[in-house]
Structure formats: C-alpha cells, structure tokens
Design a protein. Sequence first.
Length: 233
Amino acid sequence: MAMHIECSNCGYSNDLGRMFCSSCGQKLNLHDTSMTDLNDRREVDYGKWIRGVLAGLLILGVGSLAGAILWPVKPPPVFYEATGAIQIPIKARAVRTALSYNREIKIDLTEGELNGFLAERAKSRKAGKLAIDLKTGMFDLYAGFDWSPATNITWLAKVKIPVSMDMRAGFQAGVLMIERCRIGHLPLPGSSKNVVIDYFATMFSDITGEKRVVSLLKNVAIEDTKVTLVLAP
C-alpha cells in the first residue's frame, strides 16, 4: 500500500517523502494535503490482502480439523465396583501363592472389579481416568488426563490440554494382540502405536514387571462382563 502527493502545479502524483515534484520541480507542501486526501490516494494491494485472508482461513481450517481429530473421546460406559480396589490385589496374591507351589490356578475377574481397581490406580498414578470395557474376545482400555507442556514458562506450564488414549486388544494363546490404538479420535498406524502402548505399559509396569507370572499365563477368556485367567507352571 503506497501514499502519494499530487503536485499543485502539474498534477503529477509524487511518492510520499519527496520535497520537489518529480515532473516539474515545484516544491511540494505536505501540509496542503489533508489526511482524508492521503487516505483516498492509498494504493491497495487487493491480491496481497486476499492471499492473507485465504492463508488465515487455511490455518484456521487445518487447526480446527486437527483439534476435532485429537479431541478426547468419552470414556466407555462400564460396570464399576469400588471393592475391586481390594479384591484384585487379593486375587493377585492367590495367583502368586499357587504358582509358588507349582499349582495351576484359574481366576475370574469381573469388569466391575477391574474398574474399581483401575479407579484407584488412576489416583495413585495421577491420571484423570482409567477404565476397561470387556467385550467378547477383546477389551478396550481407556485413559483420559490433562496434559501440560514441560516448560519453565509459568503461564504456559499452567495450560492443561485434555487428552484421551485408548487401545483395543485381545489374547491368542495367552499372548496379547493389539488391534487398535488411538489418541483422541485419531487411529495410530504402525510404530506410532507405541505412544499409547508405552503409556499403558508405564501405568501397569509393576504388573507387567512380574515376568514369571506373565510367562505362566496359559489362557485368557474374555466375555462381556468378566475375564477368566488360567496360569500354570
């Protein structure tokens, strides 16, 4: 956008800042030109203005799409029993005792018990929400929490961004088979699934760290409301 001063002698349009007319040499007087006149003589680069608007709309559209994709999903509706926080550890001790005597053991864990246990684990791990939804032959494991940037900038460190992660998996011959991982509504392909897998591995590191117990898991049968585990030497 440029501003010009018209010569009072010859009418030539001079660039703002010149002292004398480029055409006839007449001395120019800026005070003779009002701000309204100057505004009227501005040259507007409409192409640049339109490009700026389109770029802004594109950034807004991409940001909105990314936000919609990554926006947290709602936790699944599940059965919940507060006593699970006590019952699950008791059953875990029974498993360790049986295996220490080289005996096979079969235990049932209900969806309500598991979610009672996960609710307590979420508190101890400072996670917002942990839940498991049992389905025939598979399960959905869900986590919801607020993420804050790791920074020394005080105001930025106080920013809390809601995040959800979930994983769908099942078992084949006692081996965990992961079918899907998501952050928000975004499915993660290939090795990017490790972001979600590693998060849940950290949440249950004490359980997965019991290598002997994990290695002796022979069968897992998942129904809509319970999962049956068989462990044997």
